[in-house]
Design a protein around this ligand. Sequence first.
Ligand SMILES: Cc1cc2nc3c(=O)[nH]c(=O)nc-3n(C[C@H](O)[C@H](O)[C@H](O)COP(=O)(O)OP(=O)(O)OC[C@H]3O[C@@H](n4cnc5c(N)ncnc54)[C@H](O)[C@@H]3O)c2cc1C
Length: 328
Amino acid sequence: MADSATNLQERLQQALGEGLRTAEPLRLHTTFRIGGPADFFYVARRPERLVAALRAGHELALPVFLLGGGSNLLVSDDGFRGLVVRNACEQVEFDGTVAHVGCGADFLGFIERCRDRSLAGLEFAAGIPGTIGGALYGNAGCYGRDIGSHVIDCTHATPDGATIETRPAAWYEFGYRDSRLKRDPRVLLSCRLQLAPGDRDAIQREMEEKLEIRRVKHPAWRTEPTAGSYFKNLPPDWQMPGAKHSPGTRRVAAGQLLEECGCRGLRVGDAVVFARHANIVVNAGQASAADVLALAEEMKSRVRERFGVALEEEVMFLGARPVLPTSR
Ligand SMILES: Cc1cc2nc3c(=O)[nH]c(=O)nc-3n(C[C@H](O)[C@H](O)[C@H](O)COP(=O)(O)OP(=O)(O)OC[C@H]3O[C@@H](n4cnc5c(N)ncnc54)[C@H](O)[C@@H]3O)c2cc1C
């Protein structure tokens, strides 16, 4: 390692201690099982350690990326030149129907804890992988519902770790798979979520029902690596030619368009469009990020040609983009 890099590592180690890893393969930390090495990698188990990592990165002028469960991410084959901080701050406390949740808490694990206290509200989301922080960042949801509508407030740090603030839900501008954090970055440390008194058995039944739907429709991400839906659904005012519903009533599934374009089963290298869902890409072995991007480009161009609409990625990309052969 060159002197300056050694020096950087020593200074980071001074700030973060022995838990600092170098050249950590990011494929080990994403549900896609794709991604090259991060120069530096640190797991923060307490909010003050997370903030210390942000401050150290800022002081050393290192790009910092905040990782949750890695379930909505495609990481470059070249990895990430900087410090990846994985949020493992998982503390959860309840005060009546309000949950105070560390943003590194696992989403499903949190829903199970709510069920055990007969607190209803988020069971519709059972089976969405990842952390509460990742869910808030993209306002994760399904069946027309989302986590953002349960937020009372969140506590976040500025990316340099210098300031910690608590802001009400409205500040985060939660929208469809969207929040203000995509435009105005902050690192979420914790949040307060509003739940409602419920019946434990009814909550359990709904969770089982939702998990079963996912088991049938989606890949089992632990054995069939994927990042879930690749593209966002289309706005309600977009009408598919010949569709039965009227514009303005509900979002049009991107999967429906991709299906019409014959995308199921398309393949580039080991990146494959899932056999049971045309908006899901799976890593069927040794897929590279470049394979996934080339496949996604083909899916997009088919939809553009057939329907004249540009699909927008839901999966986030981290790192340097490879140069792909020119798309059609
Ligand atoms: C099989 C499968 C099914 C899925 N189904 C759904 C679904 O039904 N609905 C849905 O919405 N999504 C779904 N997803 C996508 C994904 O699970 C969600 O988007 C999830 O909420 C991402 O959380 P994460 O912790 O894994 O985030 P990551 O993938 O780790 O990160 C995603 C983004 O969030 C940012 N982020 C993470 N934590 C924080 C934080 N504390 N503060 C600020 N920014 C942060 C990261 O920097 C990154 O930009 C699915 C994925 C899979 C694999």
